[in-house]
Design a protein around this ligand. Structure first.
Ligand SMILES: Nc1ncnc2c1ncn2[C@@H]1O[C@H](COP(=O)(O)OP(=O)(O)OP(=O)(O)O)[C@@H](O)[C@H]1O
Length: 220
């Protein structure tokens, strides 16, 4: 079951030098419904990753309000990590471990006794059952991203935060990985917040926000 996200009137400053701060995000607000798939687009340097990091609780909220709502109950923002999965452009896998152990890791850390069974199931879903025992450093870029997707979904998170997850892949593999991620979100009813430079992909999602000159605009 997805989680709704309400961000209201966020202004976020970054330091330019010791005397000067710049407002990277100005009065940004967005409403994301549970299980909605939302794209954030914008030019390089416009602040997309910063916004995603704030939404994901990885960067502190300087102003405004951020609320996470699950079945009409407001959650503690400090706990949102427990409900989130992440997919990044640089897969952030552990190169010393095989694919199975990379995917099982989040569950093992929680003491889940079915960690390996669930990890195998997700590797199967992303088409990598036969690569389970391969060291991830031996896998192709597309395969590594599929391992990262399996790892993000294995705990069945209510929200997936994805930062240009196909930015490092060739066009065909990127298309395959994007569709796989959208399908996994639909299957698990996860809310998706996706940063992308790919307009065609953004338009496949329920809602598109554009970040420009510090302002967040609803495009569709
Ligand atoms: N903590 C910080 N201190 C100083 N500058 C920062 C900080 N965080 C972000 N910035 C700057 O803010 C700008 C926006 O960065 P951000 O990574 O959010 O952009 P982006 O839209 O995701 O870019 P890209 O599409 O190139 O990944 C950049 O110029 C970056 O250097």
């Amino acid at each position: 079951m997805g989680i709704a996200i309400n961000l209201t009137n966020l202004t976020h400053h970054i330091p330019v030098n010791k005397d000067l701060n710049l407002a990277l995000l100005e009065d940004a607000s967005l409403r994301i419904k549970a299980a909605e798939q939302v794209a954030i687009v914008g030019a390089s340097g416009s602040g997309k990753t910063t916004l995603l990091s704030i939404l994901a609780g990885l960067e502190p909220l300087q102003s405004g309000e951020l609320a996470f709502i699950k079945q009409q109950v407001v959650l503690n923002s400090g706990d949102i990590n427990q409900h989130s999965g992440f997919v990044f452009q640089q897969f952030h896998l552990i190169p010393e471990l095989d694919a199975l152990n990379n995917v099982a890791l989040p569950l093992k850390l929680k003491g889940d006794k079915q960690a390996f069974e669930k990890a195998r199931n997700w590797l199967f879903k992303v088409g990598l059952a036969e690569r389970a025992d391969f060291s991830v450093s031996k896998l192709s870029g597309g395969e590594q991203q599929r391992v990262a997707i399996a790892r993000a979904f294995v705990s069945e998170p209510a929200i997936i935060f994805a930062d240009e997850p196909t930015g490092n892949l060739d066009e065909q593999t990127a298309e395959h990985i994007s569709q796989l991620m959208l399908q996994c979100c639909r299957e698990t009813k996860a809310t998706l917040v996706l940063i992308t430079h790919n307009q065609a992909l953004a338009e496949q999602l329920d809602t598109v926000y554009k970040l420009e000159h510090g302002r967040l605009q609803l495009c569709s």
